[in-house]
Design a protein around this ligand. Structure first.
Ligand code: CP3
Length: 343
């Protein structure tokens, strides 16, 4: 099987020759080849130039041999089309000068499609699809409305997102108006990516672990469910979050095809909660890649044993690659997964 066939068979829970593997944040961060590219261009130049974005996207496919190629982009890019300027500040992350905190702020957000807001993302995906061939699945992605709302409201990364929760619980009308707009934008953004050639799309809800089940169901799940419903029947969808052991059933009910889980539960137990009707992605602890290979090897084998040959497992980390990771460790994980036969 080619990487693309393997990934798509697994995403549809059909048997494949072996478990597909890719790593979140494989296109930036740890590869020396990426760092060399970053010395010449800043992040936004890379993201806005389709040829350069595709170059960064293909690096892990060529160097690590992964079965999925996640587009070099960022969850913050659609903010440009919304009319909300932001900066990616080194050592901090996304920073927004004028955060969204009132109904008037929400009303100012423009709801536009990616053809207008981020045409370079669509162009990069078209180019990626052509250059990638069948070597790997082309993965599109978007930030989920909740995680985008966290950045929009706080204006920068924080630990607990207190202003976000204050607005969600204290001004639910503003919250729901904001989530409605972000959902519409995200649906159009992901549908545009599918039309441009994405084989699979992943929704990143990185900060979801802040919530309890009841709050998730009231303030977030209806919007996430709308996004997955809008993509049903087009391409397989992956829901990503971390620290969400308390939400696994609720996430399943939002309707993704695959649930990405972190290392806090053994993969088999997480899959038991989610049920055999869905695929699962995960769940190596990215920090563990800093340990000697024998430790990484044992943990990787344990994950494959937990999956136990059931169709529908995509091997990945539980969260993104850490910048200090040695790329050779990742290469060896890919080789280990590739050498493991199912069943
Ligand atoms: O594999 C890849 O790197 C592909 C593209 C990708 C980026 N960001 C590029 C990027 C993806 C899939 C993302 C997702 C993303 N961005 C998430 C969700 C995943 C997660 O880790 O939870 C989030 C929360 C963001 C927001 C964001 N963007 C942060 C917090 C930062 C700064 C810290 C960091 O990750 O380096 C960014 C900037 C960013 N996005 C960079 C890259 C390569 C670093 C920019 C640089 O090279 O200077």
């Amino acid at each position: 099987m080619t990487g693309r066939e393997r990934f798509l068979a697994t995403a549809n829970r059909r048997p494949s020759d072996r478990t597909p593997v890719w790593f979140m944040r494989q296109a930036g961060r740890c590869l020396p080849e990426y760092r060399a590219l970053r010395e010449k261009y800043d992040f936004m130049t890379l993201a806005r130039t389709p040829e350069l974005a595709v170059e960064a996207t293909l690096m892990p496919v060529d160097i690590l041999g992964v079965d999925g190629a996640v587009l070099f982009a960022d969850i913050m890019l659609p903010l440009e089309g919304m009319g909300i300027p932001f900066e990616i500040k080194p050592g901090i992350g996304p920073v927004i000068a004028e955060p969204v905190r009132t109904m008037a702020d929400v009303e100012r957000i423009r709801v536009v499609g990616p053809e207008e807001g981020t045409p370079y993302v669509l162009e990069a995906l078209r180019l990626l699809r052509r250059e990638l061939g069948d070597r790997a699945a082309a993965l599109g992605f978007a930030g989920a409305p909740f995680t985008l709302a966290c950045y929009l409201i706080e204006g920068r990364p924080t630990k607990e997102y207190p202003l976000t929760k204050a607005l969600m619980y204290g001004q639910p009308d503003v919250w729901h108006a904001l989530m409605t707009k972000l959902t519409d934008i995200t649906v159009r953004y992901l549908q545009g990516q599918v039309a441009a050639g994405a084989d699979v799309v992943q929704l990143f809800d990185s900060w979801l672990g802040l919530l309890d089940s009841a709050s998730y169901r009231t303030f977030v799940q209806p919007y996430t469910a709308k996004i997955f419903a809008a993509l049903k029947g087009s391409v397989p969808t992956i829901h990503f979050s971390t620290g969400t052991v308390q939400l696994l059933e609720d996430i399943r009910d939002a309707g993704p095809d695959i649930v990405s889980v972190d290392w806090r539960l053994p993969l088999g137990r997480a899959w038991d909660v989610i049920g055999d009707g869905l695929g699962i992605q995960g769940n190596l602890d990215p920090a563990l890649l800093m340990a000697p290979w024998t430790v990484v090897e044992a943990a990787s084998r344990e994950i494959l044993a937990q999956a136990n040959g059931r169709p529908g497992h995509v091997f990945n980390l539980g969260h993104g690659i850490m910048p200090q990771t040695d790329a050779d460790q990742l290469k060896r994980v890919v080789e280990l997964v590739a050498g493991h036969r199912r069943g």
